[in-house]
Design a protein around this ligand. Sequence first.
Ligand SMILES: Cc1cc2nc3c(=O)[nH]c(=O)nc-3n(C[C@H](O)[C@H](O)[C@H](O)COP(=O)(O)OP(=O)(O)OC[C@H]3O[C@@H](n4cnc5c(N)ncnc54)[C@H](O)[C@@H]3O)c2cc1C
Length: 410
Amino acid sequence: MVDADVLVVGGGPAGSSVAHALAICGIDVLVLDRARFPRPKPCAEYLSPQASRILARMGALNDVERSGAAALAGIRVYAPNGFVIAGDFVANHGYHGFRDRGLSVRREILDAILVQRARAAGGRIVEGAKVTDLVRDPSGRVRGVRATVDGAARELRARIVIGADGLGSVVARRLRLARRLRWPRRIALVTHYRGVADVGEHGEMHVAPDGYVGIADVGGGLTTVAAVFPVRRSREIAADRTEFLRRWLFDQRRLALRFASAERVTPVVATGPFASYARRAWAPGAALVGDAADFFDPFTGEGIYSALRGGELLADHVSEMLAASSPELADGALREYDRARRREFGGKWIVERVIGAVVASPRLINRAARQLAARKDLADLLIGVTGNFVPPREIIRLGYVWNVFIGSVP
Ligand SMILES: Cc1cc2nc3c(=O)[nH]c(=O)nc-3n(C[C@H](O)[C@H](O)[C@H](O)COP(=O)(O)OP(=O)(O)OC[C@H]3O[C@@H](n4cnc5c(N)ncnc54)[C@H](O)[C@@H]3O)c2cc1C
């Protein structure tokens, strides 16, 4: 006797995406989230055009646009030496047939819309339900979860449990699949301001020797501010994170004046450290998706896309798993999901790690910015890869790396 065919832990972008994709096929899905929507989530809140396409497939794009989200034309990366890498989403690479835009929208708004789409498709969503452990049979196969629902302890059973519970996932930890990279170890401070001067239609990443900050218009006159620092600064940050962020922003030559008349309107929230991944994204009776399966660093800003796309990929394999006639075939369907993830995201993982290393080194980011400032074509290609509309192989090749780091500076 099961409480649902599929039990999804977490109703963020990954959980809502997989729940929506399964529910529209008539599969019985139950989503448990410890929060109540709308809820905030620390994030720089950019979405590339590829993410918008998945929102359209979920029937969420119109609601997101109507909510007052800001359109995003591309990203500007400001290096410590003052050079700017300017990449546009609308660049004409020939990889897609039409011009498209990105979005930036508050997660409080986006995630509530996504949960609503999963619900409208037929998914059952229980809010205020915190999962604390997994239920397993004597062979170790996952059979359900233990949760606290509105303060009461419950045990819920399902044919598969999906961990879509984000960074620090309890499902990944209980399955002993979670791993942390030793480097880079970074943490973030995130908030919203009103009245930041000169915020345009490009998201901005400002890289400093001791951290970086992403800022963007998120609609409604608000600017999202997500600053990332090495974990060694956590003691200073813990002493007073609000004051730490204020001082750091005012120490940035390019930003101080722009923030001079701005007012902070949401509390400064700390999150991290990141750079975690699951050894594999499945176990008998369970699968992982979104940040629960992998989250490297916010710099490339594409976690929401990976969560949404990962949810779509997983749904295909869960349908096969539910139709399997033996536990071995069911496991095979999930093993295949893991391979599909590697095929889909493998190239991007390499690019993210290289960018993570470059951002940590003022010498490398300065060199790359000098080259890319003079080569808009190469900058657009980079933004295209990080925005998931250009295949990573276009920049994981010697010619590109040579042009960015070694070729003569114009
Ligand atoms: C500083 C920062 C900036 C970022 N900026 C961007 C950006 O600009 N663009 C972008 O695309 N991505 C960005 N990301 C990444 C993005 O936020 C994540 O990749 C994305 O939210 C992953 O979605 P998810 O559904 O996997 O997890 P989440 O969005 O974290 O959702 C997980 C859900 O699970 C619930 N949950 C957790 N534990 C439990 C439990 N035990 N029981 C029940 N429910 C539980 C939570 O309440 C939550 O609703 C950023 C991340 C950080 C840290």
